[in-house]
Structure formats: C-alpha cells, structure tokens
Write a protein that binds this ligand. Structure first.
Ligand SMILES: [Zn+2]
Length: 226
C-alpha cells in the first residue's frame, strides 16, 4: 500500500529560542503531542502514518525521541544546518543519538528561507551545503528533504534532484503517496482541537478542499514554465 498519512511536527513544549514571526501556532503542548502519538500507536496500522519533524528544535531530542521510542514508533527529522548547536536547536550529538535510536535524518536547508525566492546559486547552496554537512555528521547519504514553509515550484524540484535528493516532503495536506518524489504532509498546530486532529488522522477532507488541493499541487509542480 503506497497511501500514507504524513503528520508533520515542529516544536513541542516551551521553545528555548526566540521564535520567528508566525511560528508560535506550530508549537504543540507536550499533552497535545502525546495525545496524537497515542492515537497513532493505537491505530489499526501505525505504519500508515509517516511522522516528520521540521526545524531541528531541541524538543525533537528532549521530548519527541523518548515518546517515540516508548511507543515503538519511528520518524524523520529535517534539520536546519544553520542552527546546529545553537541554543534551543539540535546539536551534532543529538543528531547522532536520533540515528542510533533508529530515526532518519534529512535536510530542511540552512537558514529557514523559502526556496522559491532564491536564485540558482543560493538555492544550490541551501540544498547542497546542508546535505554535505548532514552527511558528515551522519556518515550516511542524505537523500530526503522537508521543504521549508511548503514552498516549491518546478525549479525547486529540479534543483532538489540535481543536488542528489530522491524524496521531498511538502506541506500539501491530504494523503501521501509513499512511492512518489513529492510526498504530502499535514502540519499539526497548537490551535487545533481534538476533533481537528481526528479529521487529519482519518485523512478526512471535504470534496471542495480536495479539488483545490489537487489543482494547487499541479500548478506548483509545473510553474514557472520558463
Ligand atoms: Zn521549517
């Protein structure tokens, strides 16, 4: 079965660094996070869920890792290499510990910028340099990215392939095709209630929203045409 539900997390608990503008709603309380993990672990098929963490917050290590291990779940962590070893963010040793616990690590770029707005050189640097730094830390090929802010277009997707990536996780919501290059996820937010978490875990989406999503993804994959 190639259909999965991608759940994307950011920070959990209290941030230990200054947040970016608009970032706060993407932080979950520890109670919200464990509620979602408990539902995944209790699901008929926990493998139907693909769990990812963007931004490389220290809560990935402090809170998410033990909670995942306790429930026998695994996840992917997309790290910003520009924040490595900064207060409130993962350091090199944390990344090694995530790998040792059976988690996967990928790139979220260097500086947390939207990739669609970068020129060719800057885009190659974001994708290539972050990849090589992570490969040095992990001693493994890094082939997956979490796309910052879900911003991509045809040029970004081409640059990802050119820089050696084989999988790109977006934020397009809805179901994920676990065999395709581009894999949709839904970001969980702290201002969502339990009923909204239920809809996301059940991958329930009104038909009008499904259509908008399909058209939006097609447009982003094809544009710009030049
Ligand atoms: Zn991010």
């Amino acid at each position: 079965m190639a259909r999965r539900i991608g759940l994307n997390f950011h920070g959990i608990g209290s941030p230990a660094r200054d947040l970016e503008e608009g970032e706060a709603p993407y932080w979950l309380s520890e109670a919200q996070f464990t509620e979602i993990l408990d539902r995944v672990a209790a699901a008929h098929d926990p493998q139907a869920f693909v769990l990812t963490f963007d931004d490389g917050n220290l809560s990935d290590y402090d809170i998410a890792l033990p909670a995942l291990v306790e429930r026998g779940l695994s996840a992917r962590f997309f790290v910003l290499t520009g924040r490595l070893d900064q207060p409130g963010s993962l350091g090199r040793d944390h990344i090694s510990a995530l790998l040792d616990a059976g988690m996967r690590v990928g790139s979220h770029g260097i500086a947390h910028v939207g990739w669609t707005g970068l020129d060719r050189d800057a885009l190659n640097r974001e994708l290539g340099q972050s990849r090589s730094v992570l490969q040095d830390i992990c001693g493994l090929p890094i082939t997956e990215v979490g796309i910052p802010f879900g911003l991509y277009n045809a040029r970004v997707l081409r640059a990802l392939r050119r820089n050696g990536y084989t999988v790109a996780f977006s934020s397009d919501t809805g179901q994920m095709n676990n065999k395709s290059f581009l894999r949709a996820r839904t970001s969980l937010r702290g201002d969502m209630n339990s009923a909204q978490f239920d809809d996301i875990l059940a991958s329930r989406m009104p038909p009008a929203k499904q259509l908008r999503r399909m058209l939006g993804m097609t447009k982003k994959r094809l544009l710009p045409l030049t």
